[in-house]
Design a protein around this ligand. Sequence first.
Ligand SMILES: Cc1cc2nc3c(=O)[nH]c(=O)nc-3n(C[C@H](O)[C@H](O)[C@H](O)COP(=O)(O)OP(=O)(O)OC[C@H]3O[C@@H](n4cnc5c(N)ncnc54)[C@H](O)[C@@H]3O)c2cc1C
Length: 487
Amino acid sequence: MSSTSTDVIVVGSGIAGLSAALSAKEAGADVVVVERATQAESGGNTRYTEAYLRMKSLDEVSDDFTDALLSDFMGYPDPGLLLETLDERATWSGATATLNVVDHAVVTTLAERAGSTLSWLSGFGVRFDALPTAFLTTSTTRLMPVGGGLALVEDLTRAAQERGVRFLFETTARSLITEEARVAGLRVVGAEGPADLLGFVVLACGGYEGNSEMLARYHGEKGMLCRPVARGGHYNKGEGIEMALAIGAQGAGNFGLFHAEPVDPRSGVAEAAIFALPYGVLVNTGGERFTDEAPGPVDAWYERITRRIHNQPDGLAYLVLDAEAQAVPNLRTALRTDQPPIAADSLGEMAEKLGVPVAAFASTIADFNRACGEGTYDPTRVDGLATKGLEPPKSNWARPVVRAPFHAYPVIAANVFTYGGLRTNERAEVLDRDGRVIAGLYAAGEMTGLYYTNYTGSTSVLRGAVFGKIGGALAAQAAVPANAMAQ
Ligand SMILES: Cc1cc2nc3c(=O)[nH]c(=O)nc-3n(C[C@H](O)[C@H](O)[C@H](O)COP(=O)(O)OP(=O)(O)OC[C@H]3O[C@@H](n4cnc5c(N)ncnc54)[C@H](O)[C@@H]3O)c2cc1C
């Protein structure tokens, strides 16, 4: 078996891996990127995202950025241990060092470095702008790269190749090579069989949304109902997480959950999202409502509503829109499926076409219509036009479903990315189950654990860029100390 030495080995070529590779190269290292896909399919989830970024401007994160991330936790952590996490990491007890709660230092670093990281990416040809999004009502501010994640992957791959980063496409990372307590390299498998690459390792190979065995292991029997939201997720099979856990790395984030998006299961386009939920009525396969379709701006609520869809029989629901709802300005922007609506001239015909019990569906819509009150309807803002005396309520945009023709879209929860990953510190170093740094090993992006219950939207690409850049530079400085001193 061949064995080659380099300074820094980066696994994965999405936003996290490309940021790591470019910053390691800038810091003077020889860099090899290991990527399981062909170049045409490289870039995992990053290739398919529009890459909304929770920014107020190119320099500043959104006003709610840090609060939103820090308030996302689950369960009832020991308050004494939580208090300790506010002190310097070096002073933490062994119990606190392994507490699975959001890490203040990581969030603060993400917020502080986001702006400078985007400026740095601009230097490789990426342009950012505040372009229209698919959300008809919003709770925060966003920028995005012009050309989306595809532009990120193409521009950054080209920049890395021009600077001498070597890419091994169609090569899969299988396991870490350790020497005493440190990581010394990586075993990979490519067309020529297995090979060992020796050097400092930055893992940036995504979550496990493309691995049905891990989905069942962590999410239970319904895990398989949620396919990756786009083609790129199928390449993310969780090996990076598993190989680090196998040498004693600590887990972080919620291994039971994933970022859920409402999509039309009939469509094969990337992100066939149905973000028009607030303007219609959602029924399950029993013809019954089961959730408030419109608690607030769609960008802040779609994930929680999608989880309720996932919890229905077969993980399936239908969004029903009458002719008035179909006339909401720009509604098509919020319907990203390429499949036509299921159309019907009467509610009875709709029930039959959906295969839901006709009587139950009729009484659901009748109850809903009776509960709709008077008020001013405004689809462009949270209008407070709520149902009265209905359980579950519809808190905004509640207008009766009466005017034919009726349209319906099937909706399932798609898996955008998984929440559970590796525990890293603000230097992108992977920590072990005693809270110690695993020497020689860095991680960034989706494969690190940051989220617990409700995804703070538009932060996943940012965290990949910020911690990829940090991890790549530190790996290079550790591998080539002379260059670090010269900088
Ligand atoms: C349709 C869609 C819309 C999204 N919208 C947004 C959004 O608007 N804003 C936002 O912030 N986030 C969004 N996300 C999430 C975000 O895009 C991802 O979480 C982020 O891009 C992940 O970056 P990454 O570099 O960590 O992983 P990825 O981009 O997934 O890259 C991982 C790479 O590792 C490779 N790989 C995997 N396993 C191995 C292995 N064993 N060996 C070698 N290579 C391997 C994969 O082939 C892939 O190229 C969206 C995702 C999708 C799919």
